[in-house]
Design a protein around this ligand. Structure first.
Ligand code: CO8
Length: 257
């Protein structure tokens, strides 16, 4: 794996992916995106991995798609863009993703952060969709996921002015779940990921899917999906183990079965 993506772990059920293109503020070129998508495929198949953390540097989570690479693509190039498939693979990942965001999370960087299930931001984080300043618009979920996360008015403001919001605003808007000192974001994210990795894997997977579906479905359909998922869990050994452990006043030993 080329070192534009550093992979650590799994340790205590958690794998950590660090975007590593410091010379370009972690701009997401095709190679980096492909490496991340492949690494997530591997993490998906690895039963030792219960959750993953994606992070960047103190200065930048990711400053967007790679503008130099994008400038080289014409309409047909964009139409046949291999990055679309990489984004889809990231979106399909079934285990929880925790993003630890410091510094710039702009354009594709903000969109990648929004592929995470839980976002932890450093006080220095800046989230923005500045594509409009380049004469383009968001293309990896920036107009769709952002609306669902922060509401239409703020999403419009960000996407139409290109102005970023700071970590405090992102917390108020519900984009991130916690703000902390920049040095602590990765540690916090790993802590949350470890907590999740100790839970019953099938229950974690179905919980993630069910919460995600709240954005795609109306309430009646969503409740139906939740009910089906809840019923499926009744057939798992881990459910029995969880209930037994509670009644026997001991810690459960989940096996992913
Ligand atoms: N792409 C390529 N290189 C970049 C990028 C980028 N997005 N961002 C920064 N860099 C490079 C700079 O060119 C510079 O390189 P060099 O030293 O060789 O000149 C280096 O990183 C450091 O950057 P700066 O000197 O500009 O650092 P500053 O601290 O002065 O400024 C900023 C930091 C404000 C983040 C500034 O770099 C900036 O505005 N960057 C561009 C942000 C941006 O517009 N992002 C959106 C890109 S478009 C996009 O993401 C669309 C996604 C669509 C996905 C669709 C998939 C199918």
């Amino acid at each position: 794996m080329p070192n534009n993506l550093l992979v650590e772990g799994p340790e205590q059920g958690v794998q950590v992916f660090t975007l590593n293109r410091p010379e370009a503020l972690n701009a997401l070129n095709t190679e980096l995106l492909e490496n991340l998508a492949k690494a997530l495929d591997d993490a998906e198949a690895d039963r030792e991995v219960g959750a993953v953390v994606i992070t960047g540097s103190q200065k930048a989570f990711a400053a967007g798609a790679d503008i130099n690479e994008m400038a080289a693509r014409d309409l047909v190039g964009i139409l046949e863009d291999p990055r679309v498939a990489h984004w889809e693979r990231i979106a399909r990942f079934t285990k929880p993703i925790i993003a630890a965001v410091n510094g710039f999370a702009l354009g594709g960087g903000c969109e990648l952060a929004m592929h995470a299930d839980i976002l932890i931001a450093g006080e220095n984080a800046r989230f923005g969709q500045p594509e409009i300043n380049l004469g383009i618009m968001p293309g990896a979920g920036g107009t769709q996921r952002l609306v669902r996360k922060v509401g239409e008015s703020l999403a419009m403001h960000m996407a139409l002015t290109g102005e970023p919001i700071n970590a405090k605003r992102a917390l108020q808007a519900g984009l991130v779940s916690e703000v902390c000192q920049p040095e602590l974001t990765v540690e916090k994210a790993i802590g949350i990921a470890r907590t999740i990795a100790r839970k019953a894997p099938i229950a974690v997977r179905l919980t993630k899917e069910s919460v995600r579906r709240a954005n795609d479905m109306n309430l009646a359909e969503g409740l139906r999906f939740e009910r089906h998922a809840f019923t499926v869990l009744a057939g798992t050994a881990d459910r029995q183990e969880g209930l037994d452990a509670f009644r026997e006043k001991r810690k459960p030993q989940f096996k992913g079965q």
